[in-house]
Design a protein around this ligand. Structure first.
Ligand code: NDP
Length: 329
């Protein structure tokens, strides 16, 4: 038996969380059984913890948790053996497949990555899907020519999970970082992570009036989307790139194509879910090397399974600062 947070539906089809003991035989099919040490709370987890599952959960009862780190307990795959430390993000685990909000998980070996040297399971979940995606964004910007000398880099949704890790990585790599936040009280926090400029959300969330504004940003990690992304496109320096990661401010894009045509601006799509294995390894290695662990610790709040329903609701309202590490045991 093991402990899990399970989403169960009522007669009206609305799901709520119950913490219960589950028989190991109930675990889904997979080649590797993992004793989970830690999971975390990402925006998608907030959706999966909500009464309608955010359109992501199709079948109940369901164990959410889109990522986890832990120790292999049993494996039918040659790549993993009992005792190996592993991390999992993506592949719709926690949405279509039972996830990390439990003491055990059973998954496909293809979905796992060996825990990178230098990271503990707790640190890997302090990074989590959000931080992994921040690193994918930084890598994409670098692949499109971003260098510290090019000018300031903007991070939107800066005090959230993706934003906080992006700020810390970019600052550590020597970039001048500006963070957009809707929470003025997060200014000091963002400066402690390495941001040198704080931009108020109101300055950027108005719809585009002029397709081009002053050339300001050499790069951008955008967790917000919507009107803010449209504004940022018009403020990019010539040839600059925006990594489009999230939709915390909306899925629309009320923009014009003018920044692409007249300034050669690049809009780079970032997906963490289906990333090929080699790129996952590269991103985790870069995280172990380029994300200062003291900055990571400073953005973490600890939690347990029973805190998750409240945290899920908070993250959907944009009220979680930094990263949450969930001790599932
Ligand atoms: P968080 O909630 O931790 O961060 C989002 C931040 O966006 C908030 O903290 C807030 O920052 C800001 N924000 C919230 N609402 C609004 C709004 N209406 N207008 C402008 N800004 C807003 O979530 P995560 O960091 O976990 O995820 C961020 C986004 O990235 C989500 O949309 C998520 O789905 C997406 N994502 C995408 C991935 C991919 O593979 N592409 C992987 C991981 C996440 P502040 O208070 O500083 O303003």
């Amino acid at each position: 038996m093991f402990k899990a947070l399970m989403m169960e539906q009522n007669d009206e089809g609305l799901a709520s969380a119950v913490i219960k003991e589950i028989d190991e035989g109930a675990l889904p099919e997979g080649d590797v059984t993992v004793a989970v040490d830690y999971s975390t709370v990402n925006y998608k987890d907030g959706l999966c913890l909500s009464p309608k599952g955010g359109g992501l959960v199709r079948k109940y009862p369901h164990v959410p948790g889109i990522d986890f780190a832990g120790t292999v307990e049993a494996s039918n795959d040659d790549r993993y053996k009992a005792g190996d430390k592993v991390v999992l993000t993506g592949w719709r685990v926690g949405e279509a497949h039972w996830g990390g909000y439990a003491q055990k998980a059973r998954v496909k070996a293809d979905w796992l990555v060996p825990l990178p040297a230098g990271l503990t399971p707790a640190q890997a979940m302090a990074v989590g899907t959000a931080g992994f995606t921040s690193m994918l964004s930084v890598m994409a910007l670098e692949d499109h020519g971003l260098k510290p000398g090019n000018g300031p880099v903007l991070v939107t949704g800066a005090a959230g999970g993706v934003g906080s890790v992006a700020v810390a990585i970019l600052a550590n790599l020597g970039y001048e970082v500006a963070g957009v936040t809707g929470r003025p009280e997060s200014g000091e926090y963002l400066k402690s992570l390495g941001a040198t400029q704080i931009v108020a959300r109101e300055e950027l969330n108005e719809t585009v009036k002029r397709p081009l504004e002053s050339e300001t940003w050499a790069g951008c990690v955008d967790a917000v989307g919507g009107a803010m992304l449209a504004r940022v496109l018009g403020q990019m320096k010539y040839g600059g790139s925006v990594a489009a990661v999230g939709l915390a401010g909306g899925a629309g894009l009320p923009a014009t194509v003018i920044p692409f045509l007249l300034r050669g601006v690049n809009l780079l799509g970032i997906d963490s879910v289906m990333q090929p294995y080699d790129n996952r390894l590269r991103a985790w290695e870069r995280i172990a090397k380029d994300l200062p662990m003291d900055k990571l610790e400073a953005m973490v709040k600890p939690a347990t399974l029973s805190d998750l329903p409240g945290l899920g609701a908070d993250i959907l309202k944009g009220q979680v600062q930094g990263r949450v590490v969930v001790d599932v045991n």
